[in-house]
Design a protein around this ligand. Structure first.
Ligand code: SF4
Ligand code: SF4
Length: 360
């Protein structure tokens, strides 16, 4: 999947962050101890991966440069919040001027099910099979940040924190790579050697110098399976995503009629696309998550388009309450279902192929 959550963060080349020397405190044992306790507590709270990076305050700006290049190519499409927040994304101190360290966390959302795609059934991207991860991540990150502040206070140090998930203007994949959680693969998603790409990311920005981890090196090597598998050639070069061609963008973020040229390649996908992740060798050993929020709803494992066609707004809101699918909105999902239905029944649209249940 490149989900809408991924699209909120522009793809970048692996990033060389500046090495920080000057901010190392004179008493190095305290931040090491606190950093270790922070990482232990992250795991106790249910985060599957955690790492720490340090923030430079000297104006060097590698991620920002690549972000602006990507925006200048127009690859963000109609996601206008990206250029609007580009300066903040490029410089984390614009988000939180006192930030000294970023604690990156990740939660595994992989569940070991194979959806029934026979009989013209549709397909929903894996991250949207269960509940909207924002609720779980938000409460867990809030508790984590409060704990960090209290733990620092217990050691006689006052600190402030800010929490972010993908709705905030943070280059979270770049920070996760810097914190040693994984690297940004050629499809522009994060890849972890332990959890593949099935990870929801979050960050706690901390106003303390913590002990940083080693960044994860790029381990794609000569592989380019994700580039070759993409049905719409949305990866024009390694590490660069043209979101305007990506099925995740088209079926989730894009409003209005999807250009005809993409209809056949959309196939049976009605919300997002997982092809470039499913093919990645690092995803083949993924360990299933036990998180209740990620367990699939029945509609995700058997996406019967007849059940969704001509669904009323109220029916849509009921079926997808607290689901990431709501992001596409009722009109968007109906548009996608119609395209997938037409692909399943090429001689006619699904609306004409079955009896409508109800409208509006
Ligand atoms: S359209 Fe291509 S880039 Fe987008 S999610 Fe699918 S395979 Fe990945
Ligand atoms: S499929 Fe290959 S090139 Fe793409 S992210 Fe995975 S390892 Fe890297």
């Amino acid at each position: 999947m490149i989900s809408w959550r991924s699209l909120c963060h522009p793809p970048t080349h692996p990033i060389a962050f500046p090495v920080i020397k000057s901010a190392v405190p004179t008493d190095a044992t305290q931040p090491v101890t606190l950093s270790n306790r922070i990482k232990d507590h992250a795991r106790e709270l249910g985060f599957d991966q955690v790492g720490i990076s340090r923030v430079a305050h000297d104006g060097r700006d590698q991620p920002g440069k690549r972000l602006h290049e990507w925006l200048n190519r127009g690859y963000h499409g109609t996601m206008n919040w990206m250029p609007r927040t580009a300066q903040k994304r490029a410089d984390i101190t614009e988000v939180f001027p006192d930030v000294r360290s970023v604690v990156s966390v990740a939660v595994n959302y992989y569940t070991n099910y194979v959806p029934d795609e026979t009989n013209g059934n549709g397909r929903i991207a894996r991250y949207a099979w269960g509940d909207d991860y924002h609720f779980m991540m938000d409460s867990r990150l809030t508790a984590f940040a409060a704990w960090i502040e209290e733990e620092a206070a217990r050691g006689g140090t006052r600190c402030e924190t800010r929490t972010y998930i993908d709705t905030g203007p943070i280059l979270e994949k770049a920070w996760a790579q810097q914190a040693g959680i994984g690297w940004i693969g050629k499809h522009s998603n994060l890849v972890s050697t332990t959890h593949g790409s099935w990870l929801i990311l979050g960050e706690v920005l901390v106003s303390l110098d913590l002990q940083e981890d080693e960044p994860t090196p790029d381990q794609c090597g000569s592989c380019q399976l994700c580039i070759d598998i993409c049905p719409t050639q949305a990866i024009p070069e390694p590490y660069v995503l043209d979101a305007t061609k990506c099925i995740a963008y088209l079926t989730i973020e894009y409003r209005g009629p999807i250009p005809q040229t993409f209809h056949a390649d959309i196939g049976n996908r009605i919300f997002g696309c997982d092809d470039c992740l499913d093919i990645c060798p690092y995803n083949h050993n993924a360990v299933p998550s036990t998180e209740a929020a990620f367990q699939p709803r029945p509609i995700a494992l058997k996406t019967d388009l007849r059940e969704l066609t001509d669904q009323s707004t109220i029916e849509f809101q009921t079926m997808f309450k607290n689901s990431p699918v709501k992001r596409a909105k009722h009109e968007g999902l109906q548009r996608n279902v119609d395209i997938a239905g037409s692909n399943a029944h090429p001689s006619t649209s699904l609306h004409a192929a079955i009896t409508p249940k109800r409208t509006g």
